[in-house]
Design a protein around this ligand. Structure first.
Ligand code: NAI
Length: 227
């Protein structure tokens, strides 16, 4: 099974790529950074997506892990920063979905996994631009699923909680932040990238054949916690 993974040069995308490779998937790694075997691709560049699908498509799987996140209140955040989050996180995901739909072979099956966040359900302060982009990814996942179903394509998302990656390194090295998180996460700890990779593999595989349009939260119970 041939799978494209975006954001493959770091964190969750790298772990998903390594895990799928070890499970005999043929993984095409892409990222803006050419590291860890990732080919250069900016997910916001429609022409680059067309070129990629022209070279490797059709594919049976796509995991949209590329993403950005900065901190800042609404008052501190410029329109450019807000729009950049929507562009990379939402438009980048939409372009990947569109590329797979466009190159899909009639009569075959495929599965797309988007990376949303707990922030699609619960907000945290100083990240309105990021929170908005993640809500959009979960909504886009539902819309793409109902179109994809007619083509044999399932579309789901994973909503990770706090996962230890370069994106969260600064926050997770701060003892105050760790104790704030541990107080909210029933499992009592942050997650590791491999705990997202295994969910991605499940959603790509036939083991999840009747699941489409959903966001699976892998968050140690964070979004279920009302206290
Ligand atoms: P990361 O910063 O370690 O990796 C993100 C990767 O995306 C980087 O390799 C970066 O170069 C790439 N990227 C950024 N802009 C790109 C573009 N325009 N085109 C192609 N690649 C681009 O971050 P991490 O933690 O691995 O995040 C992966 C995804 O998981 C993101 O969508 C993030 O929002 C999401 N997520 C992460 C959580 C966490 O706690 N780490 C929690 C919830 C969601």
């Amino acid at each position: 099974m041939k799978v494209i993974v975006t954001g493959a040069a770091s964190g969750i995308g790298k772990e998903v790529s390594d895990y799928l490779s070890s499970e005999t998937y043929e993984v095409i790694r892409v990222d803006v950074q050419e590291k860890f075997g990732a080919k250069q691709l900016d997910v916001t560049d429609e022409a680059a997506w067309s070129q990629l699908f022209g070279e490797v498509g059709p594919v049976q799987g796509l995991v949209n892990c590329a993403g950005i996140r900065t901190r800042g209140t609404i008052l501190e955040t410029s329109m450019a920063v807000f729009e950049q989050h929507l562009k990379v996180n939402v438009t980048g995901t939409w372009l990947g979905i569109k590329g797979l739909f466009n190159s899909h072979e009639v009569g075959s099956e495929a599965s797309i996994v988007n990376i949303s966040s707990v922030n699609a359900l619960i907000a945290v302060p100083e990240q309105a631009h990021y929170v908005a982009s993640k809500g959009a990814i979960s909504a886009l996942t539902k819309a793409a699923a109902i179109e994809g179903a007619q083509m044999g394509i399932r579309v789901n998302a994973i909503g990770p909680g706090a996962i230890r990656t370069p994106m969260t390194a600064e926050r997770l090295n701060d003892p105050e932040q760790i104790s704030w998180l541990e107080g909210r996460i029933p499992a009592g700890r942050v997650g590791e990238p491999n705990e997202i990779a295994s969910v991605a593999k499940f959603l790509l595989s036939a083991e999840s054949s009747y699941i489409t349009g959903t966001t699976i939260f892998a968050d140690g119970g964070w979004t279920s916690n009302g206290v």
